[in-house]
Write a protein that binds this ligand. Structure first.
Ligand code: PFF
Length: 445
């Protein structure tokens, strides 16, 4: 007997859920930090190029595989590779699934920080100064409380299922996030010092554009930001009705995600300079102080300058980040959950709790060995595993998958010129381009 798979009820449901996956801490915490540390405008320029030339096609390939196969990533890649070697497909899927768990292991920690920072101003408003201070100060105890709390919150949504849980939550939360971001940008741009940040962000230093370190950082950031290379988008693609024209959807998701990253830069980079103008030390030897802690160092100071209203703004802003993190966490968790439900006959509830437990153990390990593991896991995932998985998707779509792969068929036909051009781009250009960047990564690492 075949079970009916859960699915998105509408195209817009898919777009919202996929955009919810894409838009997260990568955009608002990762992108501005990377941009500020890698030359501002030059990073933005390279990021845009890499997004169009590589990340967008990779997103297309990933969603296409999931949508055609209508299976979880491991099942989908197994099916796509059946003419060559099912085992290869399975291992490819397993690498992605490992990436999803790695992503969750650090993402839930950072999301916990956001959540704590959202509650800190509220505690202050209630006069609970000690608690407020504790919430806004990094500590192992805070990680031990907020990381599990965040994992629980995600699990509670996921076990309701794709339609009831993911689609509804994404639809509710996304517009709120965009409105808050715009309001904060308007505020920041009116502050003294903001113009310096704006110039750094919008005027590229062209001599930096060919810097291999910058290119690799931009590529990792673009792949992470679009949630590609771990199966999250593949599983969402599989929940959409088979054979939908995914080209336009992929363009919308990429545009939305890139816009939010751009907007986050427009908020955070001027904010760095507004803080500097206010006498706070921000850079040392041209590097930002406290890198991953950037937004926690800079923004609370700014919010403080707004008086009591600032407490509400601070809470709203960090709540916004927690919400964005939640919708991204959901898609990553869905990768192993879908696998366990479909291929290992788990109930959705059991699968969700098992995966959450594994993520909890992984994140606790990161907390225990924070200094030696945290940054390394992020780097290995974004600059090695995600690009490698994307290379695999290009090769699968272009070369390994023969039966039922319309994209490959199209590339051999004379009809529909645009689609044929696109299929050939995915088959020939993308793998070569990605390999060239990847060789650079290997050299740099
Ligand atoms: N795209 C998310 C972000 O920018 O925060 C991170 C992410 C979500 C990566 C889901 C991978 C994934 F499967």
């Amino acid at each position: 007997m075949t079970k009916t798979r859960d699915s998105f009820h509408s195209r817009i449901g898919f777009v919202l859920a996929a955009a919810g996956s894409a838009i997260g801490l990568g955009n608002i915490w990762g992108f501005p930090t990377q941009a500020a540390n890698n030359g501002g405008g030059a990073f933005l320029f390279v990021y845009l190029i890499v997004t169009i030339l590589l990340a967008l096609p990779a997103l297309y390939a990933e969603i296409y595989i999931g949508n055609q196969a209508q299976k979880n990533p491991i099942g989908a890649l197994k099916e796509a590779c059946q003419d060559t070697s099912k085992r290869l497909g399975k291992y490819g899927g397993l690498v992605g699934m490992t990436g999803a768990v790695m992503m969750l292991s650090f993402y839930t920690i950072v999301a916990g920080w956001m959540f704590a920072h959202a509650l800190s101003p509220l505690a202050e408003l209630m006069g609970l100064m000690d608690i407020s201070q504790w919430l806004s100060t990094s500590s192992i105890q805070r990680n031990l409380l907020f990381t599990p709390l965040f994992i629980l919150l995600g699990a509670a949504i996921i076990h309701q299922g794709v339609n009831a849980g993911i689609e509804k939550w994404s639809a509710r939360l996304m517009p709120l996030l965009i409105i808050m971001l715009i309001a904060l940008i308007i505020y920041i741009l009116g502050q003294p010092g903001a113009e310096k940040g704006l110039a750094l962000y919008l005027i590229p230093d062209w001599s930096q554009v060919t810097n291999p370190k910058l290119i690799v950082a931009a590529m990792g950031q673009a792949f992470f930001s679009l949630s590609i290379g771990v199966g999250g988008m593949m599983v969402y693609g599989s929940y959409m009705e088979k054979g939908k024209d995914i080209g336009k959807l992929v363009i919308s998701i990429t545009a939305l995600d890139t816009c939010i990253a751009f907007m986050a830069g427009l908020l955070i980079i001027p904010a760095i300079f507004v803080a500097q103008e206010a006498g706070i030390e921000v850079f040392k030897n041209n590097q930002l102080i406290g890198e991953g802690q950037l937004i926690f160092n800079i923004l609370p100071q700014l919010f403080n300058a707004m008086g009591t209203a600032g407490l509400f703004v601070a809470s709203a802003f960090f709540m916004l980040l927690s919400i964005a993190a939640l919708t991204s966490t959901i898609s990553s968790t869905e990768v192993p959950v879908a696998y366990l439900v479909e291929d290992k006959s788990f109930s959705r509830r059991k699968a969700t709790w098992l995966v959450s437990l594994i993520v909890l153990i992984a994140s606790m390990t990161l907390i225990a060995f924070f200094d030696s593991l945290f940054a390394v896991v992020i780097r290995v995932l974004t600059t090695i595993m995600q690009p490698l998985s994307c290379l695999f998707y290009f090769i699968v779509v272009g070369w390994l998958w023969k039966r039922g792969n319309k994209l490959r068929d199209v590339s051999l036909q004379k009809t529909n010129k645009l689609l044929r051009w696109w299929a050939n781009y995915l088959r020939f250009v993308c793998p070569v381009l990605l390999s060239v960047v990847f060789v650079n990564v290997a050299i740099l690492n």
